[in-house]
Design a protein around this ligand. Structure first.
Ligand code: FES
Ligand SMILES: [Fe+2]
Length: 362
């Protein structure tokens, strides 16, 4: 049964997300269409094509949206993201990576230019009002930030609004020369709802309880969260300056021993900046109670890899997974529905729940 819910904007009065949102399929399906199909999504595991005619089909959010798309470089050298579904009867147009002059559907031979424009169709003489604009392959908004590519099937908010607060704060980092490190990148499969994983990431509260040893180098008293329209920043302050960023005098955080900038971008992306580089966590819902989290590492200073709070991410992840999976069992209980928030330590989670309410309710 599904009913709308409210999250009071005043955290001191608010109640947390209703438990049903974490396990009922109807809420899960609603989140897919209203949140995931309308937000900016990272194209993970995609090598960016460069030469004109290079085509690369991929599935957006496999196991969740399962949307067939294709990257192409058109004749003007522009990278394009197109629907990979033929506008005739729905066959997949590009079946494998390659270099081509134009796109051709092998089912009945419809052709498209590399930018998705309809080009020709055999045996269609006499078809009225043809071709129309909707016979082109739909073009999907595509954006780039450093080494990361993003697309959005039906944007509910602008890319610039989404990344701007982060760009202003960490744009000074050498993100453009960060190198993807496949050896330290991996997927984690978690028996919990995607939003529970985000809830846990977004609150500071559990750090001294769950990560007492693994994040002991963080100064919990100084740890804080900032909120943006479509994201949050958690600033991890180090106890010693050895493991902190060196920040120029005109940086907002100059004088603070920042060990990590932890960004969460609504709904499912975490960009964790450490002195050594960037650790991306991409959260992909697979079912109401199953989630895949891909950890992707982009390194710009290998020397600093072994020290600081970003040194043993696997251990921190195991600690988080255990507790999140236990919460998943808890939210199914007949005795649990909603809780309350700590105004000092759970502002990020409260902000996330308000966004969920805005997108999920009718
Ligand atoms: S489905 Fe593509 S040409 Fe018929
Ligand atoms: Fe954690």
């Amino acid at each position: 049964m599904r009913e709308n819910f409210e999250i009071n904007p005043e955290i001191a009065r608010a109640e947390t997300l209703p438990a049903a949102v974490y396990h009922e399929r109807s809420w899960y399906e609603r989140a897919k269409e209203r949140i995931f199909a309308r937000s900016w999504q990272l194209l993970a595991d995609v090598t960016v094509p460069k030469a004109a005619g290079h085509v690369l089909p991929f599935t957006l959010l496999e196991g969740c949206l399962d949307e067939p798309l294709v990257l192409t470089v058109d004749d003007d050298g522009q990278l394009q993201c197109l629907s990979n579904v033929c506008t005739h009867r729905g066959a997949l147009v590009v079946e494998g990576e390659g270099h081509v002059k134009a796109l051709r559907c092998r089912y009945h031979g419809r052709r498209f230019a590399l930018d998705g424009k309809f080009a020709s169709m055999p045996e269609f003489d006499g078809v009225a009002n043809f071709p129309r604009e909707c016979d082109d392959l739909p073009r999907i908004p595509l954006e780039r930030w450093g080494p990361l590519l993003f697309c959005n099937l039906d944007p509910a908010f602008a890319f610039s609004e989404w990344v701007k607060p982060m760009e202003e704060r960490v744009g000074f980092l050498p993100i453009d020369r960060a190198v993807y490190d496949s050896s330290s990148s991996r997927d984690y499969l978690i028996d919990a709802n995607w939003a529970l994983y985000c809830d846990n990431y977004l609150e500071e509260f559990h750090i001294p309880f769950v990560h007492n040893a693994s994040l002991a180098e963080l100064d919990y008293g100084e740890y804080r969260t900032e909120l943006y329209p479509y994201g949050t920043l958690q600033i991890g302050i180090a106890k010693t300056s050895a493991d902190a960023f060196s920040l120029s005098p005109n940086h907002l955080d100059h004088g603070s021993k920042v060990a990590a900038f932890y960004y969460w971008l609504f709904p499912n992306l975490m960009l964790n900046f450490y002195p050594w580089g960037l650790s991306v966590n991409l959260v992909v819902p697979l079912s109401p109670t199953r989630t895949r989290v891909s950890f992707l590492s982009y390194v710009w200073d290998e020397q600093r890899r072994a020290s600081g709070v970003g040194a043993d991410l696997h251990r921190v992840e195991m600690e988080d997974e255990e507790v999140v999976e236990a919460v998943q069992r808890g939210v199914r209980s007949r005795f649990y529905d909603r809780g309350r928030y700590s105004p000092r330590r759970e502002t990020g989670t409260h902000h996330f729940h308000r966004l969920l309410a805005r997108f999920l309710n009718d």
